[in-house]
Design a binder for this molecule. Structure first.
Ligand code: ZN
Length: 478
């Protein structure tokens, strides 16, 4: 231990003296591009899904986590492909660690090159989440570029638990309204991202648990008590890196893919979350669409907002009652389908993942038999908590920006949207609703779903004309 401390002290002095050199020397090498389509990420039979993304924008990332200094150093090689149908004179990136919700974080671009030529970018918003990369010549539709970033992100020094969402510059979504640059602060979610392939190398202290989106291709231990993890994600719309020390893990039994639960605190609660995760996973996997990834990670800890979803990885609050665990775990697992597989514009049509995740949990308890006879109504009481807070009745398909505040948004999207979907199930039959949800997931298939796609997926299951009810309550098809 003492030798380790000496070594760490010497290393720290070196780092302090040579910031530029240290950035390069502590980083693992970037993963090879061929890893992007390595099959390790996939559940058996699904590896070919990655090939559809092999000629789109994709990311090679190297990260080093320095807990002592509280710095995450990174290199990102972005293999950018212009699939937007129009030429671009600049490419916009989002630096999400600078979002106002991530207080105390700071992401800084240290160096930038475009096709190997050093360049300089420009921040476009006050909080530093929009970063414009100018191009020497416009890139035509179908054109490709390699953009490389060296960057740092500040993280809590010496912490035994933190996670960094989107720990890389991510290409902003470009749609019919242009580059998406909003800094969303009225809800919980603020990142709007598209599915891409990632290969990531993370070097971190060996005594920390390193968890992430994707699957582990390999791990290499170094003499300095650090380990380099090589990670392949397959097609996912986000990445997150989790660091913990001194936590425990357990495996859920009976799930169709391995589900690993990482937890601190109450082991009984963690076991319960593992059981709920397995039951929810198996039900959604069966009725909505098969989950294509090799495994699912569940991080159970005190999580004040309730939970958070990433592809192949969710956070769940383990700090409350069993009834609450049944609610929040089902909701977060459902996001693997409504967000992960069936993505959507999370800022303008948030109900497409949040209201749908809410109703998925209700259907789970009503039809899977898990949780006992009263489980569905017990689950529903958590929906009503939000529903009963509605003070202004709005169309469910209201953009985040157009809500008055957090309560207005949450009560409509988490409460009103779910109540609408339950009524829809009562009107057309839950079987038709479930078939519609399944058709929607399969049709979106890792892309960006729209309100109209969801309407059409459900309408196809019934002879009733659903336009009046969607117009009246959702505000579409009018
Ligand atoms: Zn949610």
């Amino acid at each position: 231990m003492r030798r380790l401390l000496h070594a760490l002290t010497a290393l720290a002095l070196m780092l302090a003296a040579l910031p530029e050199a240290s950035h390069a020397s502590s980083l693992p090498p970037l993963p090879d591009e061929s890893l992007l389509t390595d099959s390790v990420w996939a559940r058996e039979g699904f590896a070919s899904l990655a090939y559809a993304f092999a000629n789109r924008t994709r990311y090679l990332i190297a990260l080093n986590v320095d807990h002592r200094r509280g710095v995450l150093s990174g290199k990102a090689r972005v293999l950018y492909v212009n699939n937007d149908g129009v030429p671009h004179e600049e490419i916009l990136f989002r630096l999400y660690p600078n979002h106002p919700f991530r207080r105390g974080r700071r992401m800084q671009i240290v160096a930038l090159s475009v096709n190997g030529v050093p360049s300089a970018g420009q921040l476009r918003d006050a909080s530093g989440t929009v970063f414009a990369v100018p191009l020497a010549a416009p890139i035509p539709p179908g054109g490709a570029l390699t953009i490389e970033f060296d960057y740092t992100i500040t993280v809590p020094a010496g912490s035994t638990f933190f996670y960094v969402s989107e720990p890389l510059p991510m290409v902003a979504v470009y749609d019919q309204t242009g580059w998406r640059q909003e800094v969303a602060t009225k809800g919980l979610d603020y990142a709007y991202t598209e599915t891409a392939l990632y290969a990531v190398r993370v070097r971190a202290p060996s005594d920390y648990g390193t968890w992430f989106v994707g699957a582990l291709k390999g791990a290499e231990n170094h003499g300095d008590s650090t380990t380099t993890y090589t990670i392949v994600t397959g097609p996912v719309r986000n990445f997150v890196l989790v660091q913990v020390r001194g936590w425990r893990a357990l495996s859920a039994t009976g799930a169709a893919v391995p589900i690993n639960v990482l937890y601190n605190g109450d082991p009984v609660g963690a076991q319960e979350i593992a059981e709920i995760s397995a039951a929810a996973f198996n039900y959604f996997d069966r009725v909505f669409s098969p989950y294509p990834y090799a495994e699912l990670s569940v991080i159970a800890t005190r999580f004040p907002s309730g939970g958070e979803e990433y592809p192949t990885l969710i956070f769940v609050n383990n700090d409350r009652t069993s009834a609450y665990r049944r609610f929040i775990t089902a909701h977060e697992v459902a996001h693997q389908w409504f967000y992960g597989l069936a993505g959507n514009d999370t800022l303008r049509h948030a109900w497409l993942d949040e209201s749908l995740a809410q109703i998925a949990g209700y259907l789970l308890y009503k039809y899977s038999g898990y949780g006992g006879g009263n489980a569905a109504e017990e689950y529903w009481s958590h929906i009503l908590t939000w529903y009963n807070r509605i003070t202004t009745v709005r169309p469910i398909n209201t953009a985040l920006e157009d809500f008055r505040d957090f309560n207005d948004y949450m009560s409509t999207v988490y409460g009103g949207g779910a109540v609408f979907l339950r009524q829809l199930g009562e009107q057309i039959g839950d079987g038709a609703l479930i078939a519609g949800l399944s058709a929607y997931v399969r049709q979106v298939n890792l892309g960006i779903g729209t309100p109209r796609m969801f309407f059409e997926a459900v309408q196809a299951q019934t002879a009733q004309d659903l336009r009046p009810i969607f117009c009246a309550q959702v505000g579409i098809m009018c």
